[in-house]
Design a protein around this ligand. Structure first.
Ligand code: C5P
Length: 226
């Protein structure tokens, strides 16, 4: 059954353009945005900061839950969606490759996914939600009104990630970046719990060589918008 709050899910591998497209749609429709990858990144950041290992997670879960207040600000096009954790902007602290690597390992754990699941559903609020991630259309919002699965070639995705990191003032080694991206995608695709896979009822769009405006145009041409 479709919920009364419309949901559009955007899933796909790293660098496929999910963040940019989710941001553009959220700004255009004036809907809420859920960057689920950033939720996992924030949890990885918090565990690292508090020196909590995965083994200690179960016993500290209640305390972590109290401290885990994440909000998103879609910001402006050309800049990443801002991540606000306990009222502090931690965007640059979580949007880096070191955290991405830790996050991918953490996100494979079922207790971590179980912890994040209800946090994600809380973002489904009037007038609508754009949810970006790996399992938005398959597991978290299976009844979403529109499911999009974005892909792009590995080279293109690495190039985009490089530009993104450089814009944030970070140094990037393209060879290492490419390897890390490939490794992360493989882990996300092959993990047992909520693997990265396109929902059967999703619309797949290959964004290689298409500018974000072109992708938006294709999305806006779908029956949901017409
Ligand atoms: O999208 P982003 O690169 O920020 O995601 C970081 C990592 O978080 C991914 O590589 C993936 O392992 C994990 N993730 C996930 N499920 C989601 C979103 C992200 O497992 N819905």
């Amino acid at each position: 059954m479709k919920s009364s709050t419309p949901v559009i899910t955007i899933d796909g591998p790293s660098g496929a353009g999910k963040g940019t497209i989710a941001q553009m749609l959220a700004l255009e429709l004036n809907w809420n945005i859920l960057d689920s990858g950033a939720l996992y990144r924030t949890l990885a950041f918090l565990l690292h900061q508090e020196n909590i290992s995965l083994n200690q997670f179960a016993e500290k879960k209640e305390k972590i839950q109290k401290d885990f207040k994440v909000q998103f600000d879609p910001g402006v096009i050309g800049e990443p969606v801002r991540v606000i954790f306990n009222n502090i902007d931690i965007t640059n602290k979580v949007r880096n490759e070191e955290i991405a690597k830790k996050t991918s390992m953490l996100a494979a754990d079922p207790s971590i996914r179980e912890f994040i699941r209800p946090c994600q559903r809380e973002f489904m609020k009037h007038p609508g939600l754009i949810a970006d991630g790996r399992d938005m259309g398959t597991v978290i919002f299976p009844d979403a009104n529109l499911k999009i699965f974005l892909t792009a070639s590995l080279e293109e995705r690495a190039k985009r990630r490089e530009q993104q990191l450089k814009r944030q003032g970070m140094e990037v080694n393209m060879r290492v970046l490419l390897e890390e991206l490939e490794d992360r995608d493989q882990k996300d695709r092959e993990r047992e719990h909520s693997p990265l896979v396109a929902a059967k009822d999703s619309v797949e769009l290959d964004t290689t060589n298409i500018k974000p405006e072109g992708v938006i145009k294709k999305i806006k041409a779908l029956p949901f918008f017409n």
